[in-house]
Design a protein around this ligand. Structure first.
Ligand code: G4P
Length: 531
């Protein structure tokens, strides 16, 4: 098969949701359709249960599980579909943000009773920044929840997505009878526990009371007719191009645990979703159909076994064909590397592959060569953009607790930062090191891993910082003046970029007012829109 044929078969997406909305359940049902797993329950939930948020042993367990479920590939309808797992837990938000740079589209899962929740808002915002096409799946229709129209309004308002319902629920909870598939003009009748068969799908181009009532009763038929009338009046017709540009989001309703509405979602998804998209590098835009291989690392996973320090770097193929045992240029290190055991991820099964194509994710065994954001090519000087660091929320000084183990601590910290566990800032003045994280869990993880994997010990000291702001200016003198003024709060990030650690909202405001020629950003790079 040619490169073009291979890439046209690829679909790579992530499922985003607030914890408990049903992401794991939906993933599992999708894998069941693809035949990638045979029984329900095969995909371990990789979420950390809420009650265990302070238990870092739980995280160790989670790390073990999530290697297997980081990427799950399956075949369906002649397509090869790659699902990238995105931790819903807020302490892992940064990991999720980075994973979203490697997808071409996303499915957003919303709990019908809870509506739009906090974590969904943040994740959708990241997708929106990159114009990632999104489909919304409203889940748990077998329970009582919010009115469908109210939910669509809430999604438009809170997620700032222009929605178009492509399926519509008939009742909910006890009265849930099924959905009308607007996209395919079919009535799909609900059977709990995923037992619905082809016979429960009734083709109905013309929805009239006579046609509907034998299946769902008079009352539900009239209600559906009225609601479909409103849908036609209020919402635009589905336009695939607008979806691909991230301007509209189709909405589906269903119940993942009952495997209901999932097939409709998947069938529509493979019909409309984008093939692997071009990616922007600092030098130029790279298109998937270009014959020469290029790709970038968006995630690094440490081996859970401390005796084997090797890690897995997750590489997203952007263009060309990736081949085993072939020399590729590691741009940042300026050296050639080849990989003898690149792995693919078919559901929970890992296997060594000989080649991979745009849209695919390959696992590369790594003994410390990779950092998140690294680019590999056949030789061309390219740096893929769009994997920014976001300002952490929590900050602590990190101190060495064992003077004999200074080297181990430095190495451990360095490698954990390459993996993206947290961010390290070094104060310009004093050289003291500050760790910044999104959630408090990471502090425990770092301490634990330093000790168990690197034999180093650290302690923390509280430090009041409101936000880390990356600072730049076209006016060098203005930047210098600012740095002089705030010298105690100036630090370098791991790439040597200048950062201002603002103590409070107020001190940031003051700095902005007093230094209008300095730009303060909450991300390490300007977030580029996808191309
Ligand atoms: P997450 O990955 O987004 O965090 O959510 P997950 O799939 O683990 O689902 C969270 C809970 O919601 C699970 O229940 C799951 O069974 C339930 N759920 C998922 N889809 C539906 C649905 O369509 N209807 C209903 N009623 N429930 C649904 P749990 O009790 O937390 O776990 P479990 O013991 O069932 O695994």
């Amino acid at each position: 098969m040619s490169l073009i044929e291979e890439l046209q078969k690829r679909r790579t997406f992530g499922i985003v949701s607030h914890p408990d909305a049903g992401k794991t359940t939906l993933t599992e049902k999708l894998l069941l359709f693809g035949g990638a797993i045979q029984t329900a329950g095969a995909v371990k939930s990789n979420k950390i249960k809420k009650h265990a948020t302070s238990d870092f042993m739980e995280i160790e367990k989670q790390r073990g599980i999530s290697v297997a479920t980081s990427v799950m590939a399956f075949h369906y309808g002649g397509k090869k579909i790659n699902i990238l797992d995105t931790p819903g837990h807020k302490d892992f938000a940064e990991d999720t943000f980075r994973t979203l740079t490697a997808v071409d589209s996303a499915i957003v899962v919303i709990d019908v009773a809870k509506g739009v929740e906090e974590q969904t808002e943040k994740l959708v915002e990241v997708c929106r920044m990159r114009d990632t096409p999104m489909i919304v799946f409203i889940n748990k229709l077998d329970r009582e929840g919010k009115d469908g129209f109210d939910l669509l309004d809430e999604i438009e308002e809170k997620l700032k997505l222009k929605v178009i319902p492509l399926s519509w629920p008939i009742g909910m909870g006890q009265r849930f009878k099924g959905v009308y598939n607007v996209y395919k003009e079919e009535l799909v009748l609900f059977q709990p526990h995923g037992k619905q068969s082809e016979e429960e799908t009734i083709r109905l181009t013309d929805i009239t009371s006579d046609a509907l009532s034998p299946h769902i009763g008079q009352e539900a038929a009239e209600e559906l007719i009225e609601e479909m009338h409103i849908i036609r009046e209020v919402y635009d017709r589905f336009d695939r191009q607008a979806y691909l540009e991230g301007k509209i989001s189709p909405v589906f309703f269903g119940s993942a645990v009952n495997n209901f509405g999932v097939k409709e979602l998947l069938d529509c998804y493979i019909d409309i979703s984008p093939t692997p998209l071009p990616r922007k590098a600092e030098e130029r835009v790279v298109h998937p159909e270009e014959p020469k291989f290029s790709g970038f690392v968006f995630k690094i996973h440490a081996n859970i076994d401390p005796k084997h320090r090797d890690r897995i770097a997750f590489l997203r193929i952007v263009s060309g064909t990736f081949r085993r045992n072939t020399n590729y240029q590691h741009i940042r290190l300026d050296k050639k590397i080849k990989f003898s055991n690149p792995t693919s991820f078919m559901a929970a099964k890992k296997e060594i592959i000989d080649d991979a194509f745009p849209g695919d994710i390959v696992g590369l065994y790594d003994s410390g060569n990779f950092k998140i954001g690294d680019t590999l090519t056949e030789g061309e000087m390219l740096h893929f953009t769009g994997i920014p660091s976001f300002s952490p929320e929590l900050f602590r000084f990190v101190n060495n607790a064992d003077p004999m183990k200074y080297k181990q601590l430095a190495k451990g910290l360095d490698q954990l930062m390459d993996e993206g566990v947290a961010q390290l800032f070094t104060l310009k003045d004093s050289g003291r090191k500050i760790i910044g994280t999104v959630g408090s869990l990471q502090f425990d993880v770092i301490q634990y891993r330093l000790e168990h994997e690197y034999g180093a010990k650290c302690t923390y000291e509280p430090h009041r910082i409101y936000k880390a702001l990356w600072v730049t200016s076209d006016n060098e003198a203005a930047l210098k003046a600012f740095m002089e003024r705030r010298r105690r709060d100036i630090a370098y990030d791991k790439d040597g970029k200048l950062v201002y650690l603002a103590e409070s909202k107020w001190s940031l405001k003051l700095a902005q007012d007093n230094h209008p020629e300095v730009q303060f950003r909450t991300t390490s790079e300007i977030v580029e829109k996808s191309v």
